[in-house]
Design a protein around this ligand. Sequence first.
Ligand code: NAP
Ligand code: HSE
Length: 425
Amino acid sequence: MNIGILGLGTVGGGVVNVLAKNQAEIERRTGLQIQITRAAVRDSSQSRICPTDGILLTQDAMQIVNDANIDVVLELMGGTDLSKKLVETALKNGKHVVSANKALIATHGNELLALAKANGVHLLFEAAVAGGVPILKSLEQGLSANKIEMVAGIINGTGNFILTQMRDKGKDFNDVLQEAQDLGYAEADPTFDVEGIDAAHKLAILASMAFGCQLNFAKISTEGISKISNEDTAFATELGYSIKHLGIAKNIDGQVQMRVHPTLIPKSQLLANVDGVMNAVLVKGNAVGSTLYYGAGAGAEATASAVIADLVDIAKGTASLDILGWKTLGVFPNQHKDEIESVFYLRLLAADTAGVLADITAILASKNISVEAVVQKQIDAQNNAHIAIITNFVKTGTINAAIADIQNKDFIQEPVKMIYVETLD
Ligand code: NAP
Ligand code: HSE
């Protein structure tokens, strides 16, 4: 089987190295010799993390997707413009495509999958979600007896790495981001990692796979990790929670809810203890109950493991042409953000005057929101009270209305911070 790779960076280099390292195992499993014959790069004079002997390098990626001797194209380049044209051309030329590019799949996957199907070839993308964790194959195969009710996961390695290093080593946000970039974890544009866009791309794919609905990235409500402060982390710890950046998709009576945001999770939950570059996805099926999938969410060889697993499926003939469940694919309505019910964490900075707490709780009570826990730090040098509140289960629209009323009070010194709290039951 002749392979052409588009991109020989972190993931492409990892694929070359893992294929060389595990050649005998892979040949035993597939009965085929898988060889990388061509690779496209932007700059062929650059040094690589893998040997390139025997691989013909080109700076013109179109040559590879038009090469009649190539059977499978690995799109490991990133972006959504040129990569889309290349994948379309490869599929039209009857080549199978394996991609690690969640941005491409989340934004153009519906049409690309239809094109693959029309041409009788595979478009697989296990590596696009949660790096080396075989979560898509688990959803498609191992959990196929279930109606999936929820997927919730830590699905951005860079973000989790940053939050962990800030919490455990007190490191500065930008220093840790640089470290993640040096380790090859971050996207070419790292705002995709820190602002939650990368996690939203992955959640779109997970939700589609889990619920059998079309990819709908545009409907995901997205918030990143850049506004989490050390004070939030400290309050969360004191209240018995960890702050994790989660992608959550739920199917509530045929209405899909998709959101990506920082989340307080009880420390007793396994997900709360997933640290560093590790990812984990919790899947709740109506027969199996809750299951958890854990592993490296980014990095050269971990991601290569998922890319090569797709290649092996193609080589063995076990890959599905109907990966998202196209036979029955639905267009589910999306639940309006205001309707999403959750427990909430609020953090307030209030001037230390008599009756402040009573005023705040009166506003919450007026909207039928009860307080489950409250912590107040000692009054600071500016005579301000630092307060954290955990509410009961209410609608997002209701909590936002209460926050707006609280914000209007003269004693409030800065914007009220709101973070979702998930028990994941
Ligand atoms: P990367 O290290 O930046 O590698 C990108 C590769 O594509 C480079 O070799 C680059 O060439 C080549 N390239 C870019 N534009 C090109 C063009 N116009 N023509 C020819 N070659 C071009 O990126 P990466 O981290 O491997 O990520 C690749 C894809 O995998 C992305 O979609 C990413 O989201 C996804 N992914 C990454 C990880 C991870 O841990 N890094 C994990 C899962 C998925 P040069 O080397 O010459 O610049
Ligand atoms: N930038 C991504 C992450 C790569 O950090 O999770 C893996 O998809």
